[in-house]
Design a protein around this ligand. Structure first.
Ligand code: THU
Length: 160
């Protein structure tokens, strides 16, 4: 038997003005995307913006449905849009933000488990980590240097 330590690190920023210019720009695109979310049921709007290696920015937001499980998270809308529009172009960064019509989201909103799994496939395939930067509507911002750092012991194609 042995115990291991799982290490993960992140940088915490107090607000958007502390971000480096490229991150700030990407987060503003995610904020704009968030405003177009279709979230009449949860009233929780999420925006995602991906910066690709070719300079393209691909946006996504959550798309809900009256049949609740048929909806989709912002991150997966964005990543599949990137994968289908720019296959093989590497992802450099992902910015995520969320706001709610019910409450002020004042803590960082990281990608849900299903989104982490989906995003991990892209990071593995491109053989290069991409940063994930996430926030609520106000408050602190978290930046991690890789997606896989958010998903220890993840499942991948090596098991199949
Ligand atoms: N949601 C996202 O878009 N991304 C996440 O990572 C977490 C949750 C959406 C799904 C649903 O439309 C709403 O937020 C409430 O769960």
């Amino acid at each position: 038997m042995k115990k291991i330590e799982i290490k993960s690190s992140a940088t915490i920023y107090n607000n958007i003005s502390e971000l480096e210019i490229e991150d700030k720009n990407l987060m503003s695109k995610a904020i704009a995307a968030r405003k177009n979310a279709y979230a009449p049921y949860s009233k929780f709007n999420v925006g995602a913006a991906l910066l690709l290696e070719n300079g393209e920015i691909v946006l996504g937001n959550n798309q809900e449905n009256a049949a609740y499980p048929s909806g989709m998270c912002a991150e997966r809308v964005a990543i599949w849009k990137a994968g289908s529009t720019f296959p093989k172009v590497k992802i450099k960064k992902l910015a995520i933000t969320a706001s709610s019509k019910i409450t002020k989201v004042n803590k960082p909103v990281g990608p849900c488990g299903a989104c982490r799994q989906t995003l991990s496939e892209f990071e593995i395939n491109q053989k290069e980590p991409f940063s994930v930067i996430f926030m609520g509507e106000i408050g602190e911002i978290v930046k991690t240097e890789s997606l896989l750092s958010l998903l220890p012991f993840s499942f991948d194609s090596s098991y199949l």
